[in-house]
Design a protein around this ligand. Structure first.
Ligand code: NAD
Ligand code: ZN
Length: 346
C-alpha cells in the first residue's frame, strides 16, 4: 500500500510503499478514504524537539481519518465489513486506575496512532475494534476525517456550561474556530474569538456567528464595551498555546471565571498566579477526547445542525501531500483534507 512515512530523522515526510497491516484478533482493517493534516503532523514534519523525543523512525504518520471496514479480527463482534467509520486514535491501556474507572481518556499509558504507533496516512489502517466509531450517513468522509480535532474542540467547549454565557476563545486555528462554533451551537451569548492572523479571523467569521478580534490591532476592553458586557467573559477557551493570549484571557474574565486550556505552550512560561488566585479562577487542562462521550456528543451535534464544513479550506489528492503541508505550515489555512482513494505517485 501507499503511505506517508517519517523514514529518516530529519524534516519531511516521504511517500513509500509499505505492507498492508496485519490485524490481530481484536482489530479491524480500515480502507482509509480521507485524512486530515493536523498541527501534530506539522511538528513531525518539522522534526522539532518534541517530535525527536516522541516519534520512532520509521513510522507511518497521521491520525485524523475516515474510511471503511474491510476486514475483522476473529474476536470482533458488533461491526461489519463495509461499514463507514472514523475512530479514536488514542490507544489506551486497561490496567490503570483511571482506565478501570471507565475514564479511558485519562489512561497514562495511552499511545497515539501516527505518533507512537503506525498511523492513518496510508491506504490501510489497523485499529483495535474498541476504537472504531461508526459514521452515520449524514457525516461524509471529509467531516469524518476531522472528527479527531473537532473532538478536541468539543471536549474543551463542553468542559463548562456555556448556556447564556459570554465566551472568549483565544486562537483561531482550526480547533479554536470549531470550539467557538460549538459554543455558539450550544447557546452561548457572545462568542469572541481572538487571533493575530487576519486570514484565520476571516475564516472564523465564515464558520459561525462569532465576534472575531485581531488582538494585534484591537483592544479586548473596547470589544467588551461594544458588546455591552459589564464585567467580563464567563468562560475562556485557550486554543493558541500563546502566553500573551492566556494573560489577556485572565485579564478579561469575570471574578470566578472558568478557563479550559487546550493550547500547548512551546515550553515553560511565566504565569501571574496571584491574579488567578484573586480572581478565583478555575483552570482545567484538556487532553484528547473523552472516550467515547465526546464522540457521541459531536456526532449528535453534527446531526443536529452544527456545521463546521467551512473550516476545511483545502482538499487534495494524497500524492499532493507536500503542497498540503506547505500550505499548512504557512498558517494560512483551515483544515486540509487528503484523499486516499486513488493514490498516484507524487
Ligand atoms: P494552530 O497553531 O493552527 O492555531 C493557533 C492559533 O493561535 C494560530 O492561528 C495563531 O495565529 C494564534 N495565536 C498566536 N498568538 C496569539 C495570541 N496572542 N492571541 C490569540 N491567538 C494567537 O493550532 P490548532 O491546530 O488550532 O490547535 C490549537 C492548540 O491546541 C495548539 O496549541 C495545539 O498544539 C493544541 N492541541 C492540543 C491538544 C490536546 O489534546 N491538548 C490536541 C490538539 C491540539
Ligand atoms: Zn490531530
Amino acid at each position: 500500500m501507499k503511505a506517508l512515512e517519517k523514514s529518516r530523522p530529519e524534516p519531511g515526510l516521504w511517500q513509500v510503499t509499505a505492507p498492508v497491516p496485519v490485524i490481530g484478533p481484536d482489530d479491524v482493517l480500515i480502507r482509509v478514504h480521507k485524512t486530515g493534516i493536523c498541527g501534530t503532523d506539522i511538528h513531525i514534519w518539522n522534526w522539532d524537539d518534541w517530535a525527536q523525543r516522541t516519534v520512532p523512525v520509521p513510522l507511518i504518520t497521521g491520525h485524523e481519518f475516515a474510511g471503511e471496514i474491510v476486514a475483522l479480527g476473529r474476536n470482533v463482534t458488533g461491526l461489519q465489513i463495509g461499514q463507514r467509520c472514523s475512530g479514536e486514535g488514542h490507544l489506551i491501556g486497561r490496567d490503570s486506575r483511571q482506565s478501570r474507572a471507565g475514564k479511558f481518556h485519562l489512561d497514562p499509558a495511552t499511545r497515539g496512532i501516527g505518533v507512537n504507533e503506525q498511523g492513518a496516512f496510508a491506504e490501510y489502517l489497523r485499529l483495535p475494534a474498541f476504537n472504531v466509531v461508526l459514521l452515520p450517513d449524514a457525516i461524509d468522509d471529509e467531516i469524518g476525517a476531522i472528527l479527531d480535532p473537532l473532538g478536541n474542540a468539543v471536549h474543551t467547549a463542553l468542559s463548562f456550561d456555556l448556556v447564556g454565557e459570554d465566551v472568549l476563545v483565544t486562537g483561531a486555528g482550526p480547533i479554536g474556530i470549531m470550539a467557538a462554533a460549538v459554543a455558539r451551537h450550544v447557546g452561548a451569548r457572545h462568542v469572541v474569538i481572538t487571533d493575530v492572523n487576519p486570514m484565520r479571523l476571516d475564516l472564523a467569521a465564515k464558520v459561525a456567528d462569532l465576534v472575531p478580534v485581531n488582538v494585534a490591532v484591537e483592544d479586548l476592553g473596547d470589544v467588551k464595551s461594544r458588546l455591552k458586557m459589564r464585567e467580563g467573559f464567563d468562560v475562556g477557551l485557550e486554543m493558541s498555546g500563546n502566553q500573551q493570549a492566556l494573560d489577556q484571557m485572565v485579564d478579561n474574565l469575570v471574578m470566578g471565571g472558568r478557563i479550559a486550556l487546550l493550547g500547548i505552550p512551546p515550553g515553560k512560561s511565566l504565569v501571574d498566579w496571584s491574579r488567578i488566585v484573586f480572581k478565583a479562577i478555575t483552570i482545567k487542562g484538556v487532553y484528547g477526547r473523552e472516550i467515547f462521550e465526546t464522540w457521541y456528543k459531536m456526532i449528535a451535534m453534527l446531526e443536529n445542525g452544527l456545521n463546521i464544513r467551512p473550516v476545511i479550506t483545502h482538499r487534495m489528492a494524497a500524492a499532493d501531500f507536500a503542497t498540503g503541508f506547505e500550505i499548512m505550515r504557512s498558517g494560512n489555512s483551515g483544515k486540509i483534507v487528503l484523499d486516499w482513494r486513488e493514490v498516484a505517485d507524487p
